[in-house]
Design a protein around this ligand. Structure first.
Ligand SMILES: [Zn+2]
Length: 267
């Protein structure tokens, strides 16, 4: 049975889940942005019926025979109906064609194992081959420790794919949602040509406690939150969720059609 109510983790207001849908899952009282799964993001951002999914059925292996990893994967698949923590494909946003990838925090905190890295790389390669921009909506706990070095290798692979896109003059727009951390921050998340974040999202590499212990200093208020990072030049904009589609549409519009047609002509 599905739940009827949900409590805002910040201001503790109780919301009807069915009402929350109409405010894009943002708390009407304090503006808290609830975490969103991939299907909701697709519905919210992609033009109706335009999303075509890539590589739907690639599944993770258990290369290190890590204790309980297989069970964890199985449980996440059952819970989410997805095979992995990222959904990728192509779609239109505001009428503009683009590739589109979205991470799903319900799936092992959307950590990046080999399948997540591979799907994102293939999506970026599709953009490269077809002269399309790319949009990635990110939320992730970082590299997936159960896959060890195979997971860390995805940082280099995805970064190289972003570089190729860049060499062809094609833009990547990243949207960072709460939380964006670890190896994902240290690779494609921060490589967007325009980096957007949702309000009050935690964005960082190591967590605040680790940093505090390492440098032996107290951290400033709001450290690693979107607004703080914007002030310090790490992000380009902080965009409330209800404006996200409009902002992405105008970015795609500004960077679309003419330049790509010219590039195609040069082939
Ligand atoms: Zn609230």
């Amino acid at each position: 049975m599905s739940k009827l109510f949900i409590k805002c983790p910040r201001c503790k207001t109780t919301h009807f889940i069915s009402f929350l849908k109409h405010s894009a899952y943002v708390c009407s009282k304090c503006g808290y942005h609830f975490r969103l799964d991939a299907p909701k993001r697709i519905k919210m951002l992609c033009d109706k019926g335009s999303f075509r999914e890539f590589d739907k059925n690639i599944k993770s292996l258990d290369p290190l025979a890590f204790p309980k990893y297989k069970e964890k994967l199985e449980a996440s698949m059952n819970k989410t109906g997805l095979k992995e923590a990222v959904v990728t494909g192509e779609c239109k946003i505001g009428g503009f064609p683009t590739t589109f990838g979205v991470m799903d925090p319900r799936f092992i905190m959307a950590s990046m194992g080999s399948v997540v890295g591979e799907k994102i790389t293939r999506m970026l390669e599709f953009s490269y081959e077809n002269y399309l921009p790319a949009v990635l909506v990110i939320s992730s706990g970082g590299a997936r420790m159960q896959e060890g070095i195979y997971s860390l290798m995805q940082m280099a692979k995805t970064s190289a794919a972003v570089k190729r896109l860049n060499d062809r003059g094609l833009p990547l727009f990243t949207v960072l949602a709460d939380p964006t951390t670890g190896g994902v921050t240290a690779s494609f998340a921060m490589l967007g040509d325009v980096i957007i974040a949702e309000p009050d999202a935690l964005i960082g590499f190591a967590g605040p406690r680790v940093i505090q212990q390492t440098i032996g200093q107290k951290l400033p208020k709001g450290f690693q939150k979107s607004e703080f990072l914007l002030e310090h030049g790490m992000l380009d904009m902080v965009v409330p969720r209800k404006n996200l589609k409009a902002v992405l549409t105008s970015l795609l519009e500004i960077h679309s059609t003419r330049p790509y047609e010219n590039l195609r002509g040069e082939r």
